[in-house]
Design a protein around this ligand. Structure first.
Ligand code: ADP
Length: 154
C-alpha cells in the first residue's frame, strides 16, 4: 500500500490543502495528514481544533487520516510507513523553501521521496495566513476553507 504523508501546520486547513490531498489520492492509496506540533510556534487554532477540522472534512473518506506528530517530519513519515512526503507548490517562493526542506529530508532518509503537486491557479492565492487575517478582521472566508470551519465560526 502506497502511503503519503501530507505534512504542515494547517492553522487552519484550507481548500488549497484540500485540493492537493484530493489530487494526491489519485497517486497514493492512503494519505496521512500530519499536523506538525511545534510548542514554540503560536497558532490561531489549538492542536485539537486543527485536528478536528481535518477529521470532520474527511469523515467519509477512509483513505485519509489526520494525525499529529512532534518529531521530525521525516521520522514521522518513516514511522507510518510512508513512501513519500506530499507537498503543494503555489509559486517560486514555495519552491525555494520546499527545495531546502526536501533536500534536508533526503539527507536524513533517501528512501522517502518528496512529491510536489502544483496548486491550481484558482487556489494558489490561498494560504493559512490569509485565512487567519480574514478571520481576525471578519472578512469573507467562503471558498477558502472547508465548510466545517465556516460552521464552527458561526
Ligand atoms: P507549513 O507550515 O509546513 O508551510 P502549511 O500548513 O502552511 O505548512 O502548508 C502545508 C503544505 O501545503 C505546504 O506544502 C504548502 O506549500 C502547501 N499549501 C499551502 N497552501 C496551499 C495552496 N493554496 N495550494 C497548494 N498547496 C498549498
Amino acid at each position: 500500500m502506497k502511503i503519503a504523508l501530507f505534512s504542515g501546520s494547517f492553522d487552519p486547513f484550507t481548500l488549497g490543502h484540500y485540493e492537493i490531498v484530493n489530487r494526491g489520492l489519485q497517486l497514493f492509496d492512503k494519505i496521512v495528514i500530519g499536523i506538525g506540533i511545534n510548542a514554540e510556534k503560536k497558532t490561531m487554532f489549538d492542536t485539537e481544533k486543527r485536528l478536528f477540522f481535518i477529521q470532520e472534512t474527511y469523515k467519509n473518506e477512509s483513505r485519509v487520516e489526520a494525525r499529529t506528530y512532534s518529531n521530525l517530519t521525516i521520522q514521522f513519515a518513516n514511522e507510518i510507513g510512508a513512501c513519500a512526503i506530499l507537498r503543494g507548490l503555489r509559486n517560486s517562493i514555495d519552491l525555494e523553501y520546499e527545495k531546502t526542506i526536501a533536500l534536508a529530508n533526503r539527507h536524513q532518509n533517501p528512501d522517502i521521496e518528496t512529491v510536489f503537486l502544483l496548486s491550481l491557479p484558482e487556489y494558489s492565492f490561498i494560504s493559512s495566513t490569509v485565512v487567519r487575517e480574514m478571520i481576525k478582521y471578519k472578512g469573507n472566508i467562503q471558498g477558502l476553507v472547508p465548510d466545517v470551519l465556516i460552521k464552527y465560526l458561526i
